[in-house]
Every structure is written in C-alpha cells, then in structure tokens.
Ligand binder design. Structure first.
Ligand code: HEM
Length: 217
C-alpha cells in the first residue's frame, strides 16, 4: 500500500533536545477517516529555494488499510514523529536564514508551530497530554525472570538509544546505565516513552519484573 496523506492534523509539537549539536524533535497527532491505518510518518517538503516564511513543511502520511481489510468508518487517532539532527536553527536555510517554524499538512487542514530559538530544551506547545499508540499485544510466553542482554536490551530500538543518549545522557543499550536509571525509565515507559508510541503492556510488565527481580545481567 502506498502511503497517503491523513485526513486532519490535530496538533504539532516541537522540542529542541539540549544536545551538541541539538536535535529538533517533531511530534504530530492527527486523525484518519477509518480505522486500520498504520505507520504514521512526516514527509518533509524539499525546496529548491528557501521558503519566504522560513517554515519547513511536512505532509502527515500513513499507510491506508489494504483492499479487503475490514475497517470501521470512525475518525481514528494517529501520531508520527520526525527528527532533524545537527540542528542549526539560526542557519537552517543557509547562512543567516533561520528556521522560523514547522507546518504539518493533512488533507483538510494544517498546523504550524513557531520556532523560538532558546538555549534550553523548549517545549513550545505544552497543551497536549502524552500520546500512546499501542499497535498490538503479544502473548506472554515466558514468565521466568528476564535478563538484560536477552530480554530487555532488544526492546530498545537504535533510535531510542541515540535520542535518549543525546537528551538525557544515558545509553539504553548499556546495562549499568539502564540499571542506575531503572526507576525513571520505568516511570516514563508507563506514561509517555518512547515518544512515538508506548510499548505493549506485556513488554512494560517484563521491564517491571526485571527491575523488581534485582535486574540480572
Ligand atoms: C524505550 C525508549 C525510551 C525510553 C525508556 C525513554 C526514557 C526517557 C526518560 C527516563 C526521560 C527523562 C530523562 C530525564 O529525566 O533526564 C526521557 C526524556 C525525553 N525523551 Fe525519552 N525515552 C525513550 C525513547 C524516546 C524517543 C523515541 C523519543 C523521541 C524521538 C524521546 C524523546 C524524549 C524527550 C524529548 C525527552 C525530554 C523531555 C521530557 O522529559 O519529556 N524518547 N525519556
């Protein structure tokens, strides 16, 4: 299935991760007209010349349900994230030409966030609550005590590792780092991490069991 633009964008959020060089994280939520859409993505516009308003635009796209797939005709929430690494906000469009905003387009509307460069981590739009998109729940087949190398480490994707290393300074693939931050990590796994959709409950439970059972290597 070819990805298509989603129906409407509800919110665009931008955060600037305090790293060197900074990373710009974009998080958008929106709605599709039926259930069954997957893999929400932000597809950047490519410009031959810098746009006059200094705004980088994205299409919010996702993979529609397949031909014979049974779907419900209901507005269904979807989210997507994008990252701009090596952010130089002040010279994004070339020397002296700053990035002034991010605009995300759906079919029926678009949402723009103004960028106000700051030294510190900035959350320009704070009105949203944590988003969670749980795609499926896998059955538990192993109730033994999980180990870090075999069971916990593979739950963290490479992008989780690189983003969290840059933002919070811990390495999610490193046993000692995860052990010493286990409580913080567990708290966020239950609320809003990873930023693009919570783990299936089964994996969150697995992390909790590992933490409670003395965090074996
Ligand atoms: C399983 C994967 C992840 C875990 C366990 C995790 C965990 C955490 C924790 C514990 C913090 C707080 C750090 C502190 O207090 O210093 C945090 C902050 C943050 N994380 Fe993640 N993270 C994950 C993936 C991601 C991803 C994929 C993104 C986005 C691309 C992301 C974006 C952020 C941002 C922007 C912050 C700082 C702002 C805030 O505290 O909300 N994280 N994360």
């Amino acid at each position: 299935m070819i990805a298509s633009k989603i129906y409407a964008v509800d919110q665009t959020q931008v955060r600037i991760a305090k790293s060197k060089p900074p990373i710009l994280l974009i998080h958008a939520t929106g709605r599709t007209t039926t259930s069954g859409w997957t893999d929400g993505q932000l597809s950047p516009y490519v410009y031959l010349f810098p746009p006059e308003d200094g705004v980088q635009e994205y299409d919010f796209i996702a993979t529609p349900p397949g031909p014979g797939q049974i779907v419900q005709q209901v507005l269904t929430p979807i989210s997507a994230t994008a990252e701009i690494p090596d952010m130089d906000i002040l010279n994004y469009w070339g020397e002296g030409n700053p990035l002034k905003g991010i605009r995300v387009h759906g079919i029926s509307n678009n949402k723009t966030v103004d960028i106000v460069p700051k030294e510190e981590t900035t959350r320009i739009d704070t009105s949203s609550s944590p988003q969670s998109v749980v795609s499926h729940v896998t059955p538990t087949d192993n109730q033994d005590v999980p180990g870090f190398g075999d069971d916990i480490k593979p739950l963290f994707r490479d992008r989780d590792v690189s983003v969290m290393q840059a933002i919070a300074g811990f390495n999610l693939h490193n046993y000692d780092d995860v052990k010493s931050n286990a409580d913080r990590i567990f708290e966020r796994l239950q609320t809003d991490m990873p930023c693009d959709g919570l783990w299936p409950q089964n994996d969150i439970d697995k992390f909790e069991r590992w933490k409670d059972e003395g965090m074996p290597q």
